[in-house]
Design a protein. Sequence first.
Length: 219
Amino acid sequence: MKALVAGATGQTGQRIVKQLVAKNIATIALVRDLEKGKSLLPEAAELVVGDVLKPETLDSAIADATVIICATGASPSLDPTGPYKVDYEGTKNLIEAAKAKSIEHFVMVSSLCTSQFFHPLNLFWLVLYWKKKAEEYLQASGLTYTIVRPGGLKNEDNDNPVVMSSADTLSEGNIPRSKVAQTCIESLFQLQAKNKIVEIVAKPEAPEKPWPDLFANVA
Ligand SMILES: NC(=O)c1ccc[n+]([C@@H]2O[C@H](COP(=O)([O-])OP(=O)(O)OC[C@H]3O[C@@H](n4cnc5c(N)ncnc54)[C@H](OP(=O)(O)O)[C@@H]3O)[C@@H](O)[C@H]2O)c1
């Protein structure tokens, strides 16, 4: 297995790259800024410069990767086209490049509540709406996929067990980014993760369950 991580310099993407490297999985980190990538990511990761909004950069970036984890996201800004471009068009471009390369598994970091059009987060230029459109594009792509929808992301790690649930069943809660990274990587190894949307939060009172059970529990 060789993994390409898009959004590798992001808060979640960095953790995904570090965890992949720690598991000795060959990793390509897709970065927009090479110097930023070098300063944040482990040396063992292969850094390639690319931009999901520049589809012509993606074929060579994917190179010999066999799986893709997409953790890109528009940063809050005054540009009303940010989420449309990054969360929808960009992900779509990466999905098309993945299809051309016969990628074996495409994992997309999305968000809780993407099906709720009137959710307050859509005040940020319809970010949930565009993520949902990207989810639908991935589901229709023919690629094997896992869509990971986390609750609010936290940088601090904690010992709270992961709660995993089916699409549109959770609407609140939060989760450390390290556990989102772990979920994305585990989904590459769990048969029961294939072609599913999984919603995740972490809760102190939740029972600790092994990964196969967590994924098997999702419809
Ligand atoms: N914040 C929350 O509570 C929350 C909750 C649920 C889901 N999510 C979603 O979870 C995902 C990860 O969130 P995060 O906060 O960890 O992300 P983040 O730190 O904002 O990182 C986003 C990444 O996307 C990259 N990116 C943006 N535009 C790109 C482009 N055109 N081409 C290639 N890469 C591009 C950024 O690259 P640069 O470093 O070059 O800018 C960065 O690496 C996002 O999709 C986010 O919407 C967030």
